[in-house]
Design a protein around this ligand. Sequence first.
Ligand SMILES: *Cc1c(COP(=O)(O)O)cnc(C)c1O
Length: 404
Amino acid sequence: MTDEETYEALTQFDNAEPTLWPNVSPEQWNDYRWQLKNRVSSLAALESKMKLCAEERAGVLLAGHKLAMSITPHFFQLIDRNDPDCPIRQQVIPRMEEGWTAPDEMADPCGEDSHMPVPGLVHRYPDRVLFLVTDRCASYCRYCTRSRVVSGVGDQQLEIQWEAAFQYLEKHQEVRDVLLSGGDPLLLSDDKLDRILTRLRAIPHIQFVRIGSRIPIFLPQRITPELCTMLQKHHPLFVSIHSNHPRELTTEVRDALGRLANAGIPLGNQSVLLRGINDQPNIQRALVHKLLMCRVRPYYLYQCDLINGSSHLRTSVATGLDIIEKLRGHTTGYGIPQYVIDGPGGGGKIPLNPEYILNRQPGRVMLRNYENAVFEYPDPQPMPNHVRDELLSQTNQLNTTHVG
Ligand SMILES: *Cc1c(COP(=O)(O)O)cnc(C)c1O
């Protein structure tokens, strides 16, 4: 296929048909509880649905005491079972390579544990906090930056001290933005989420609340009208979703995102740059165009964190910069995410940009545009004194004539 044909195919919206669950009724399939109950979480369940390679088989066995495998039927249907390099497959089916800790890899690559004033609350930036409200997700991403605490099978447990966390937020008036994450907050019941949001909204200095969730992608059935009605009581509320590949954006996902958008919730996307999954300009272009069609604004593109066992999924910074360079100017500005690295060990998000300044001199910069044409932009100059005097004397005359 040519690049254009690939792009055409990738920007189509398909359904996730339950061909591997032939006896399921449409009511069951569209019920998020059925989806959760029927997740593919064991080697036997996985092998009853598809043929694994040796590396995957070993990976599934290893995952049992590191980061659990769990795949919703909806997401599972998007796997191309005949393609070992399928971008959906590689995100959720463990591989043996996860068992190797490469140089520089860490259990806590963003240094979160050392920035928790209260267990479950990461306060890294002056005015905003990350609030980890659950350790469970609908499915587990193999490159998860928080794999040390999510899924319930690793050596570390996520400890949440609810009352202490709320009291910290009430006391710290510098916190104006709370980001709910986990785990996936939308896995909590409507009631529990409502109670959390109500408590946060009762704190006068908290201006802004957002939820980070991959549920719209893994489990679009969870985005019920009832959930949306509850969420819209808590505005201003933003939701950041997590989509990495255009094939994840199915008609069911588009409808779920539409329900959130119709509830007045601004939507952003955070994706992770992953080798062999989405590290090609053409795939990113299709992804961001489809996100815009789903009313989602691409927000961040993350360089993959140095999480233990991720080297097979990580790619170079040069690859990421090249992708951004091939988007900027070439397509809608709303579609271009900010490429960032979360500083290893705990530096926060650091923006990475292709270089457009060719030369900087006192008073002027030399620039290039997306087509490599060169431009010069001078700094402003003060108005010369003789012009100032001239203008003053002219306007003085005007003034006297008119008043007179
Ligand atoms: C990403 C992150 C935030 C939010 O950062 P924004 O750039 O405002 O989206 C806040 N706290 C922590 C610890 C984070 O990792």
